[in-house]
Design a protein around this ligand. Structure first.
Ligand code: ZN
Length: 416
């Protein structure tokens, strides 16, 4: 029903070069000029659709509002990010449309193919349309799939005023892939009682929970001395740092955990025998589990200090984002609306957990509103083997529209 429009939009958006640059994202936002190109294109299209309050701010956050068709209904928001990752080339995307997919491997170029045996999900789409890259770049369904789906849903709602809904806010943001996606966003601009990010993957998957995350910076100060006369005097900061890193339990590392298990990850180390800086990432679905790991590192710092008399260790922790599941618990309706919508559409939705964060988790933390993540229909993100299924993208558009409708049904009912 929405296939032609969502496909046209998607093909147009992925050809805008919006690869973000993590190395400068904390200083420059958006980090790359191409993101402005897509944001301005979307700004123009939203204005063209007749939306009011279309504002692209100085940091590259594009917020627009679609008027309610009935007064007294809560506002909800849909959000996706315009940038693409840089794990492989994310610019110069030349999308390929494979119509009437035959179930076999999809040849991308002389070197690369998407192997059907490695992608069991492909079998669901035999006979329908698959979109891939040319094999030289990623495709960019993460998250231009979400952008195209939200835009298509909005354009449909504009043309169908008979569908009841409250105010709908549309938020397109830059630099999600750099981890700085929401750093400059003024969340007070949002009226929404719930924000749905459209930044997931496989069809029918809904993500309600992500990690709680902290970054711990550990500084080791040694005591320098002439090496020829160092006995009993010198304290080597590098030795202290390696003792610290070695004491972190290996069984609780990213490479040894999955599912709901949290971890410690020694992420970077720099310095010399006099001064060392070590950064450790902590992740846990359970907030108490995150706090426990922070405490472990603090006592480990004290222990290393005692072991290397004269040396100093400081441990500073900062929470980066929280499990968005906490905010969702306070507003069960925001989640229920998704499953009611899925039921109304005959979509067998199921929940997954994200071993990572989303832009939504930042908003959930700042605003205390539920921010579930909806599927886009893309696979193999951040790789040249990325592909998207048009049927799934079409279903995602339908889900967005139906969620808005379910909110209206629920709240106009209770006002009667
Ligand atoms: Zn994404």
């Amino acid at each position: 029903m929405y296939k032609q429009e969502v496909l046209d939009r998607f093909l147009r958006y992925v050809q805008v070069d919006t690869m973000s640059d993590e190395s400068i994202a904390d200083k420059k936002h958006p980090s790359t000029p191409g993101q402005w190109d897509l944001l301005r294109m979307l700004e123009g299209e939203l204005k063209g659709l007749g939306l009011k309050d279309v504002v692209l701010d100085e940091y590259g956050y594009l917020l627009a509002r679609l008027d309610a068709t009935e007064q007294g209904l809560p506002s909800i928001a849909f959000c996706s990010h315009v940038d693409t990752a840089d794990d492989v080339e994310g610019n110069h995307v030349r999308p390929r449309v494979v119509e009437n997919y035959d179930g076999k491997d999809i040849r991308l170029n002389d070197e690369y193919s998407i192997v059907a045996a490695d992608n069991p999900e492909l079998a669901r789409y035999v006979g329908s349309t698959i979109i891939t890259s040319s094999g030289d770049t990623l495709l960019g369904c993460d998250d231009k799939g979400g952008v195209a789906e939200i835009m298509t849903a909005v354009s449909y709602l504009v043309k169908h005023p008979e569908i009841k809904h409250g105010e709908i806010e549309i938020l397109f943001s830059p630099d999600e892939e750099t981890g700085c996606g929401m750093d400059f966003f003024d969340a007070s601009r949002l009226n929404a009682k719930a924000l749905y990010t459209v930044d997931g993957g496989t069809r029918y998957e809904v993500e309600l929970e992500c990690f709680n995350a902290a970054t711990v910076k550990v500084h080791f100060s040694g005591v320098s001395y002439h090496l020829g006369a160092a006995r009993g005097r010198m304290v080597n900061a590098l030795t202290m740092a390696s003792a610290f890193i070695n004491a972190i339990p290996q069984a609780e590392s990213p490479e040894a955990t999955d599912g709901r298990y949290g971890y410690y990850c020694a992420q970077s180390a720099s310095g010399n025998a006099t001064d060392m800086d070590v950064t450790v990432y902590l992740r846990d679905f359970d907030y108490d589990g995150l706090l426990r790991r922070i405490e472990v590192l603090q006592s480990l710092g004290k222990t290393v200090e005692l072991l290397y008399a004269g040396g100093k260790v400081t441990v500073d922790s900062k929470i980066s984002y929280l499990n968005m599941g906490e905010a969702a618990k306070k507003d069960p309706w925001a989640v229920e609306a998704i499953f009611k919508a899925g039921k109304a559409l005959g979509q067998p939705l199921h929940t997954e957990i994200i071993r990572g964060g989303t832009d939504g988790s930042r908003i959930a933390q700042i605003k205390g509103i539920a921010c579930p993540n909806l599927y886009t229909g893309g696979h193999n993100y951040h790789s040249r083997f990325e592909w998207a299924a048009l049927d799934a993208m079409n279903d995602s558009v339908a889900l967005i529209i139906e969620i808005a409708r379910q909110w209206a049904l629920e709240f106009s009912k209770s006002h009667r």
